[in-house]
Design a protein around this ligand. Structure first.
Ligand code: TUI
Length: 315
C-alpha cells in the first residue's frame, strides 16, 4: 500500500489526482475518481459561477468523499467561480494557466487546500510564499495548455525549489510513471489522458475512440504564437492551425477564432475533425476503457510492485 503526505493532507486513500480537464471533468468523472480513493477534480473552465455551483451540488449528492475544483485562470469567469468555490467550502482547489496569487487569501479563509499547477520553479516559489499547500509540476507531455519544460526536468527542480509537497503531472499514465515520479521527489501524480477513456467519463465516444487509437507521435502543440500553447491529437483543425501559425498573412485574431468552441465540439458533439481533441503524449499507452476504480487499483498495484523491486539493480 502506497501512502504519502498528500493522502493525509487531503484525506484521500491514493496519491492520484484526476486532472481538471475542460469540458471533460464533470461531477460524473470527479466523483468516480474520489469514490475510487483518488482525488476527483471538477473543471470550472467552461462554467460560470452558477453552472459550477450546480455541478458541485450534483457531485455532493454523488459522494461524501473529498473532491476538488480546478480554476482555469484565463477563463472570463475566474472571479465568479473562485467565489463559488469559497462559498461551497470546496476542500481542494487546483489552478492552471496562470498565477493564482490574488485568489489565495479568499480560498485560505474558506479552508481550502490550494494546489496550483506550475510550469516553472519561479511560480512554484511564488505560490509557496503566498500560502499554497502543495504544487502540481506539470511537464509539457501533458494534454491541453502546456508549459515549456518536460516532466523529467521540471519535477526534480520544483522539488528542490520548494518545501511543500509536489505532485507530478504530464506523461504519466501507469504504475511506471507513478514510480518514476516518486523517484524524482514527487509525493503524488495527476493524470488526465488515462481518465479520458474511463467508463464514468461522459465525453463523446468518438473522442474516446481517437485516444484509444492514438500512436506515440499523434499529438501536436498549437497556439504557441498566441501565448497559450495547447497539446492535442493531430486532426484537420490542429494541422491547419499549426500551419497557419507560421504564416504571417494570418492574423492572431483569425488563429484565435479557429479554436473557439473546438473543445466543446470534440467532447460534446463528437466531431473529431474540426475540433480540439486535447490529449497527452502518452495517449498511445491508453488502450482500454476501464472504470476509475479499475484504473486506480491497477496503477497503484503496478507502482507498488516496481517500487518494491527497484533495488534489484543496486549491487
Ligand atoms: O491548464 C492546464 N491545462 C489546460 S487549460 C485548458 S483550457 C484552454 N482552452 C483553450 C486554450 C487554452 C486553454 C486546457 N488545458 N494545465 C495546467 C497548466 N498551467 N499548464 C501550464 C500552466 C501554467 C502556465 C503558465 C501555469 C501558470 C503559468 O503562469 C504564467 C504566469 O502568469 O506566471
Amino acid at each position: 500500500m502506497i501512502k504519502t503526505d498528500i493522502c493525509d493532507l487531503l484525506r484521500i486513500e491514493y496519491p492520484v489526482f484526476q486532472g481538471g480537464m475542460a469540458w471533460v471533468a464533470n461531477a460524473s468523472l470527479a466523483t468516480a475518481v474520489s469514490e475510487a480513493g483518488g482525488l476527483g477534480i471538477i473543471a470550472a473552465m467552461n462554467s460560470n459561477g452558477e453552472q459550477l455551483r450546480a455541478e458541485i451540488k450534483k457531485a455532493k449528492e454523488m459522494t461524501d468523499k473529498p473532491f476538488g475544483v480546478n480554476v482555469m485562470l484565463m477563463s472570463p469567469y475566474a472571479d465568479e467561480v473562485s467565489a463559488v468555490i469559497a462559498e461551497e467550502k470546496i476542500p481542494v482547489v487546483t489552478t492552471g494557466a496562470g498565477n493564482p496569487s490574488k485568489y489565495i487569501p479568499l480560498w485560505k479563509e474558506s479552508g481550502a487546500k490550494i494546489i496550483p499547477v506550475v510550469p516553472s520553479t519561479a511560480l512554484a516559489r511564488m505560490v509557496e510564499k503566498r500560502g499554497a499547500d502543495a504544487v502540481i509540476a506539470e511537464g509539457g507531455e501533458s494534454g491541453g495548455h502546456v508549459g515549456d519544460l518536460t516532466t523529467m526536468a521540471l519535477v526534480p527542480q520544483v522539488c528542490d525549489a520548494v518545501k511543500i509537497p509536489v505532485i507530478a503531472a504530464g506523461g504519466i499514465a501507469d504504475g511506471r510513471g507513478i514510480a518514476a515520479a516518486f523517484m524524482l521527489g514527487a509525493v503524488g501524480v495527476q493524470m488526465g489522458t488515462r481518465f479520458l477513456v474511463a467508463k464514468e467519463c461522459t465525453i463523446h465516444q468518438n473522442y474516446k475512440d481517437k485516444v484509444l487509437a492514438a500512436k506515440d507521435i499523434d499529438t501536436i502543440v498549437t497556439g504557441k504564437r498566441l501565448g497559450h500553447p495547447v497539446r492535442c491529437l493531430k486532426n484537420n483543425l490542429s494541422r491547419s492551425m499549426f500551419e497557419k501559425e507560421y504564416d504571417s498573412s494570418v492574423s492572431n485574431e483569425e488563429l484565435e477564432n479557429m479554436g473557439v468552441g473546438a473543445l466543446r465540439r470534440a467532447a460534446i458533439d463528437g466531431d473529431t475533425s474540426n475540433s480540439t481533441l486535447m490529449a497527452g503524449q502518452i495517449a498511445a499507452m491508453v488502450t482500454k476503457e476501464q472504470t476509475c476504480k479499475e484504473i486506480i487499483t491497477e496503477i497503484m498495484q503496478e507502482a507498488e510492485t516496481i517500487l518494491k523491486g527497484a533495488s534489484k539493480w543496486v549491487k
